[in-house]
Ligand binder design. Structure first.
Ligand SMILES: C[S@@+](CC[C@H](N)C(=O)[O-])C[C@H]1O[C@@H](n2cnc3c(N)ncnc32)[C@H](O)[C@@H]1O
Length: 257
């Protein structure tokens, strides 16, 4: 491993016993289902040999990924997340767990034909080293699904428009002042157009995109039944993809050549 101190730093928050990421998902069934809808749509009709969920936390999506791949590996830099994962995935002995970070992956070149990296980009203000590693371990015909925490979402567009401002192209730090003072790990939102350029620089090409979690709002969740939210979400994901409307953008990515 190249740099154990940077691994500690990046996984710090997820190693803190007071930060229970499993509990974070309480009350977020809509978002969880919206992400699974997006992945199913992007992978429709495809089957893989070896999938890895990079920065997969405690393995929230690993069982679901078994629908698409013969073998699934949870790849995660936080020891605590993997420990929670042992309990969460206790009936899934065929899912491997690897302690590894996205800029220094413990996989051979071309070893993976499906990679997912969901909800990790908000910790990566400069994802260039991670994109290079993802390109290295992805097989020639393999696919990467990358979730991007999206700064260019509908509400921000309106806000910037009303202020007569252009949307920033660089990542925007969205930590509270307190979290910045306490040096919490980075928490940024990206401009999806910039991310596409960064991917291209690493030899990766976006084939499809979806706008995801379009109705993420506590008020709407109280108002509408989940089935209605998800029915609307299904329609909105492809319809709003080009405008990057939702807070989350899912890219389906291949190697450029
Ligand atoms: C918000 S959680 C998302 C977990 C999982 N992907 C999910 O969607 O449920 C972010 C995860 O990214 C991991 N992480 C942070 N920096 C990382 C890096 N440089 N490489 C890989 N994973 C990282 C954290 O340890 C944490 O488990």
């Amino acid at each position: 491993m190249k740099n154990p101190t940077s691994i500690k730093k990046k996984a710090d928050q997820y190693n803190d016993p007071s930060h229970n990421y499993l509990r974070y998902w309480d009350g977020r069934d809509y978002e969880n289902a919206a992400e699974q809808i997006a992945i199913s749509r992007l992978l429709k009709g495809k089957r893989f040999k070896h999938a890895a969920d990079i920065g997969g936390g405690y393995g929230r999506l690993c069982v679901f990924l078994k629908e698409f791949a013969d073998k699934v590996t949870l790849a995660e830099p936080s020891r605590q997340q993997l420990d929670i994962g042992k309990e969460f995935l206790k009936d899934e002995a065929d899912i491997d767990m690897v302690l590894t970070q996205a800029d220094d992956l413990k996989f051979k070149a071309g070893e993976l034909d499906l990679i997912t990296m969901i909800r990790v980009m908000h910790h990566l203000p400069d994802p260039a080293p991670e994109f290079r590693e993802l390109a290295r371990v992805l097989s020639k015909d393999g696919y990467l699904i990358l979730e991007v925490a999206n700064y260019a979402h509908g509400r921000n567009r309106v806000k910037h428009f009303l202020k007569g401002q252009r949307l920033p192209t660089d990542p925007v730090d969205i930590r509270s002042e307190k979290n910045k003072r306490e040096e919490e790990i980075p928490f940024v939102n990206h401009n999806p157009k910039t991310v596409q350029k960064q991917l291209a620089h690493a030899g990766l090409k976006v084939e499809k995109s979806l706008s995801v979690s379009n109705l993420r709002s506590p008020a709407l969740k109280k108002l509408l039944p989940r089935s209605a939210m998800l029915a609307a979400e299904r329609v909105m994901q492809p319809a709003l993809a080009k405008t990057y409307f939702g807070p989350s953008v899912f890219f389906l990515i291949k190697k450029a050549s």
